[in-house]
Design a protein around this ligand. Structure first.
Ligand SMILES: Cc1cc2nc3c(=O)[nH]c(=O)nc-3n(C[C@H](O)[C@H](O)[C@H](O)COP(=O)(O)OP(=O)(O)OC[C@H]3O[C@@H](n4cnc5c(N)ncnc54)[C@H](O)[C@@H]3O)c2cc1C
Ligand code: SF4
Ligand code: SF4
Length: 593
């Protein structure tokens, strides 16, 4: 069964083709260097399978494409109208603090809400995206990738997951691709082919918020003193065809907060051709241990403020993905000997403005400029050389400046939504000089979270009923707490399983090891919380025999949230949990998200 591992030498090998790598490769491709061989490995089955909002100021993108005409990119439009709305709870099921309830009463007494929503009379300048663009990240990446590859300067290989970085004496010397032809446990089977080694003078890591290579480098090199990556969110979205009668202009942007739970932020963006993206962010400081983003997204859509446009809409696709919300708090070492990190895996996402696309793209431009400078000077890709060129450019740029303003902007949310919003406003208004401090707290158990609504015996009854059917408890728990059942219409509102078949299009090729595994199954046997099941974005984790969850790769949308969806931290490394989320193949097949 042993087959020799192949090895290939290139000049630069890149991990992940997201917006960060788009900026990097596009900048290299604008001024092609015939003596530079650049290969980019993307794990998804196509170069346009990313998930994002996305509304962006597009400053970095316009730096790369100064004459950019949004109409050249499918689903893109200039931002035309922006609104921010506070959504009240029309059902009475969300968990609102006494302060928020009082504020809701005052708003209603003054007859200010329309469609159970109060539109803010102004948009704070730090949140405005005027002059910006609305994109489908999938379509944009496809367009970008085609532009870059057409120059012949770079190669992008979709469907090629990188397993790990190759390290020699603390120097990164390339990457190893994932083994193929294994069983689900990674044991070689028929057709086994060990993952090839791609050796390179520079390895560029842009594998996003939960990439295996970025996390490997964090484990090897650690994070700079005082940095942590405890803040995260799951973003879930749908792309829909709007009913013909809806007359919203392309480029219309709504941002919302307050519903389905006060902690959940939402967005509604109108693309050309009567298509819209609608989605929510479920942040780590929302402490519900049964946080099902798919179900919450359906309640969001049904809110009267949005339903007036979405009633009669049809689902085209959906997706979910993690966001690394620690921002600059979570910044790793940006460069080392033989490697550099760009984009969200390098802490570029701005947690105050909720934007990551343009920031990621710009860090890619900065690295490409540094590469050109070092090549022109005949200097190698060492840590000091990369720091003097790439890190220095980044420190002098708007990404750094705005990242610093945002750094502590959301810490107040650890004390609750109202204090969190005040902290955000304070940080935004004072350019980050003032903020409200706060520390992440452990997610409570179901019994702790639901103590005012359900008894321990009721929770146990729900657990027994659901687990004996092999399903998660979140739907049943929500319905017991007053959330109405979703009125499935088979068109926009449907079960998660139907959505996976219709709009999610998950593919899970055989011959690869499972990318989600449980490190210590005995922890799972003793675990009553089973957060991993209750929080899974794709219903890919379900109750299993002896208490160890089952993982179904055919349902996994690769959101990566499960690395945080476990309450059991490891004794030898309290930052890691009992779930390993490794590099893997497959996931969502949709280039509209
Ligand atoms: C629902 C949602 C809405 C959002 N809305 C907005 C918005 O409106 N505006 C905004 O600016 N930002 C938004 N963001 C954030 C934005 O999408 C990210 O900040 C941005 O995509 C980060 O770009 P990146 O290139 O660093 O990483 P990513 O976009 O995560 O790209 C990383 C790439 O690496 C690949 N990869 C990972 N591991 C491997 C591996 N082992 N081998 C090979 N390839 C690998 C992944 O498949 C992926 O394609 C949103 C995010 C979500 C989830
Ligand atoms: S992975 Fe974590 S949350 Fe899930 S069953 Fe195991 S110990 Fe519990
Ligand atoms: S199992 Fe898949 S879908 Fe579920 S949380 Fe993990 S990555 Fe997301």
């Amino acid at each position: 069964m042993s087959m020799k591992r192949q090895s290939l030498d290139v000049d630069i090998v890149c991990v992940g083709f997201g917006p960060a790598m788009g900026g990097f490769l596009s900048t290299l491709a604008r001024d092609p260097d015939p003596n530079l061989q650049v290969v980019c490995c993307e794990r998804a089955g196509d170069i346009g399978f990313g998930v994002s909002g996305a509304v962006t100021r597009a400053r970095g993108i316009r730096q790369t494409f100064p004459d950019l005409d949004p109409s050249a990119i499918p689903m893109a439009a200039p931002v035309s109208h922006e609104r921010i709305a506070y959504l009240l709870d029309p059902i009475g099921a969300s968990r609102r603090s006494p302060t928020l309830r009082a504020a809701d009463r005052v708003l209603r007494l003054l007859h200010l809400p329309r469609h159970h929503a109060f539109e803010l009379p102004f948009i704070p300048s730090f949140l405005r995206k005027d002059g910006g663009m609305l994109l489908s990240v999938g379509q944009f990446m496809q367009w970008t990738g085609e532009q870059a590859m057409s120059t012949g300067a770079v190669q992008i290989w979709p469907g090629v997951p990188v397993s790990e970085a190759l390290l020699e004496d603390q120097r990164v010397v390339g990457v190893r691709l994932l083994d193929q032809g294994t069983d689900r446990a990674g044991v070689p089977a028929s057709g086994f082919m060990p993952g090839m080694d791609l050796r390179a003078a520079l390895t560029v890591v842009g594998d996003g918020p939960v990439g295996a290579v970025g996390r490997q480098l964090d484990a090897v090199f650690g994070l700079p003193a005082g940095h942590h990556q405890h803040e995260w969110a799951v973003g879930a979205k749908m792309v829909v065809d709007l009913p013909e009668a809806v007359d919203l202009d392309p480029g219309t942007v709504f941002h919302t907060f307050g519903f389905p739970e006060p902690e959940i932020f939402g967005f509604f963006y109108v693309h050309p051709g009567h298509v819209a993206s609608v989605g929510i962010f479920v942040p780590s400081w929302f402490n519900n241990p049964a946080r099902t983003s798919y179900r919450y997204l359906q309640h969001y859509i049904l809110h009267p403020y949005l339903w007036r446009y979405l009633n009669g809409a049809t689902l085209r696709s959906w997706g979910a993905k993690s966001l690394q919300e620690a921002g600059k708090h979570g910044e790793p070492f940006l460069a080392g000997d033989g490697y550099a990190r760009i984009g969200e895996c390098s802490g570029s996402t701005n947690v105050l403005t909720g934007s990551g696309v343009d920031e990621a793209w710009t860090t890619g431009i900065q690295l490409a400029e540094a590469v050109k400078e070092l090549r022109a000077a005949g200097k190698p890709f060492t840590k000091p050389n990369l720091e003097a060129t790439y890190t220095a450019r980044r420190r002098a740029s708007w990404v750094e400046r705005e990242g610093r303003v945002a750094e502590k902007a959301r810490d107040g949310f650890h004390h609750g939504v109202v204090i969190g919003l005040l902290g955000m406003a304070l940080a935004g208004a004072t350019n980050g000089r003032l903020s409200i401090a706060g520390e992440p707290k452990l997610i409570p158990t179901l019994e702790e979270y639901y103590r005012h609504k359900l008894t321990t015996a009721e929770i146990e009854e729900v657990r027994h009923q659901c687990y004996s059917r092999g399903v998660a408890m979140h739907d049943a728990l929500m319905e017991r707490c007053g959330w109405p059942a979703i009125p499935f219409d088979g068109q926009l509102l449907m079960s998660q399983q139907d959505a996976l078949l219709i709009g999610g299009k998950v593919q899970a090729p055989d011959g690869y090891a499972d990318h989600v595994t449980f490190l210590y199954p005995d922890f799972c046997e003793r675990c009553s919380a089973k957060l991993c099941i209750e929080m899974c974005s794709g219903q890919a984790l379900t109750p299993g025999p002896q208490g160890v969850p089952l993982f179904d790769r055919d349902k996994c949308v690769f959101c990566g949230a499960c690395i945080w969806n476990c309450r059991q931290s490891l004794d030898d490394d309290p930052v890691r949990t009992n779930i390993a989320f490794r590099a893997g193949a497959g996931g969502l097949h949709s280039n509209e998200n």
